[in-house]
Design a binder for this molecule. Structure first.
Ligand code: HEM
Length: 485
């Protein structure tokens, strides 16, 4: 019987609950609409699992900040437990990484050491920046190589963000034709295939489908086999470099050092490397790609960003992170893109680890909780015309960037216990990418009279919110002197 009888929600089928009603390609929109009907806290039922969905700022704040510890667990379906479960084994089990590990002392330790290994602060940031700048310059060159012809920017941006992550893990620049890059790329393509065959949800609900020649399961096996083998080899390389003293200073090596010191287990290191590789790539590259779609629709925004770049950075040097403090308009344009598109629309599923409550409703221990960041970012009580992209929302009257404590109802990276581990890195990368690119090129639509619709409510949902493929045309700007550093 229902543990959540007291919480309202759409009426479902007596056997399957709301499972057949779910529209998986636009789940975030559907849940937003249900939120408008049933309230900021409502429930949906997928077979026997009852899920609490939280859709507005006050209640999301309660979940993520005020009662952060109560809601800090993770709920994983069979698919996640298989993908991130025991290394090298054809079976599911409790993940030992950061993203999918349940809340525990071990999880807290993993998150702390991952932060340390990524060295996202102080001097470590300089290395990240130099790695990122190299890759971003490659991406700009790649854009220009189309010689003014239309092309889909997705692939180049994806390769660029991916290569920055591989570089951070291995501590060295990785060429696009290297074994490591090709191997990761292959694995990510299998992951893509898995998404395309769709029903990981079916496999989550009926894990026994794997015995019936299920296509998703076959892709899943293939994905895990390849991913585990590659990560095992990276960990081995790090062990060798630590022994030989020829340090690479990559995150993987630092994590293996923690393993030797007994701070992390082998499963932790393996899981964390995979987190760094996978969590940061599709989120960042999709945000950037969606931002291009906005820019071809908003030439005035592009012009203002370029005016700021020309004034603050000029054409003689590359942007640095320090420039951010003098470039409120560019920073606000990026924040507004994070709001408008809300790439990780439903965040990652949380789980209560004790009896608690939200919005006045009691919620028992071990309940799955979905946080609808999309609905929160498009709440017209906080954002006038929420479906319009408007940079000025994040600027004060004097043109300064709105300080974080005045950005209400805005949490693109989550907050609290489970806050995004790559937030600092992602913000840095988004800024460097946008500033470097628009310093050198104009991004234009393929056809002025038929510009693709930027409305993120029409994106496809597959964990991240993905725009329908579109083309851009890139023209070199005059100001840029060709790359004097
Ligand atoms: C635009 C880029 C990004 C966005 C919008 C984003 C957003 C998010 C969000 C909303 C969460 C879930 C928070 C929650 O469960 O409440 C998350 C978790 C996470 N993100 Fe990101 N992220 C981005 C980039 C990155 C990057 C570059 C990394 C690289 C290290 C990363 C690593 C992670 C990890 C490991 C978690 C799990 C944290 C935990 O469970 O404690 N993310 N991210």
């Amino acid at each position: 019987h229902s543990k959540l009888r007291h919480i309202p929600g759409p009426k479902g089928n007596i056997l399957v609950g709301n499972a057949l009603q779910l529209d998986k390609d636009r789940l975030y929109i559907q849940l937003q609409e249900w939120g408008e009907t049933y309230g900021n806290v409502f429930k949906v039922q997928l077979f026997r699992d009852e899920i609490v969905v939280v859709s507005a700022y006050d209640e999301i704040k309660e979940v993520l900040i005020d009662k952060s510890n109560d809601f800090a667990g993770r709920r994983n379906g069979y698919t996640m437990e298989y993908m991130y479960g025991p290394v090298g084994e054809d079976k599911a089990g409790a993940p030992q990484d950061v993203s999918f590990q349940d809340y525990s002392a071990e999880y807290v330790t993993c998150k702390k050491f991952t932060h340390q290994a990524l060295k996202q602060y102080g001097d470590g940031m300089d290395k990240i920046v130099s790695l990122a700048m190299d890759e971003i310059q490659n991406c700009v060159t790649d854009f220009l190589s189309h010689g003014g012809n239309p092309f889909d920017p997705k692939e180049s941006v994806y390769r660029c963000t991916l290569n920055i992550m591989i570089g951070l893990i291995l501590g060295k620049k990785v060429e696009h034709d290297s074994f490591d890059f090709k191997e990761v790329y292959k694995i990510l393509n299998i992951g893509q295939e898995m998404n395309e065959c769709g029903d990981s949800l079916a496999l989550d609900i009926f894990p026994w489908l794997r015995f019936c020649g299920n296509r998703t399961y076959k892709a899943l096996q293939n994905f895990k086999r390849n991913k585990d083998a590659l990560l095992v080899s990276w960990i081995q390389q790090s062990e060798i470099s630590l022994q030989s003293g020829e340090r690479s200073n990559g995150a993987c090596e630092t994590l293996v050092q923690y393993l030797r010191e007994g701070k992390l287990s082998y499963g932790n290191v393996h899981g964390i490397v995979s987190d760094i590789l996978f969590a940061g790539v599709s989120t960042t590259s999709t945000t950037l790609t969606a931002f291009f779609l906005v820019l071809i629709n908003k030439p005035a925004v592009q012009e203002k960003i370029q005016e700021e770049i020309d004034r603050v950075i000029g054409g003689e040097r590359l942007p640095t992170l320090k420039d951010r403090s003098n470039m409120p308009y560019t920073c606000a344009a990026i924040l507004e893109a994070l709001r408008y598109t809300t790439t990780l629309a439903l965040s990652l599923p949380h789980r209560t680890v004790r009896d608690t409550s939200v919005g006045g409703f009691s919620v028992p221990n071990d309940t799955t909780v979905w946080v609808n960041l999309w609905a929160m970012h498009h709440d017209d009580r906080y954002f006038e015309d929420p479906y319009t992209y408007r940079v000025e929302r994040f600027l004060g009257e004097d043109g300064d960037l709105l300080p974080p404590n005045e950005r209400k109802s805005f949490l693109p990276f989550g907050v609290g216990r489970r806050v995004c581990l790559g937030e600092t890195l992602a913000r840095a990368r988004l800024f460097l990418f946008v500033a470097s690119l628009l310093q050198k090129v104009d991004i234009l639509p393929e056809n002025e009279t038929n510009i693709p619709d930027p409305d993120p409510a029409k994106f496809n949902y597959a964990m991240v919110n993905i725009p329908t493929p579109f083309n851009i045309v890139v023209k070199q700007r005059k100001l840029w002197n060709g790359g004097a550093k």
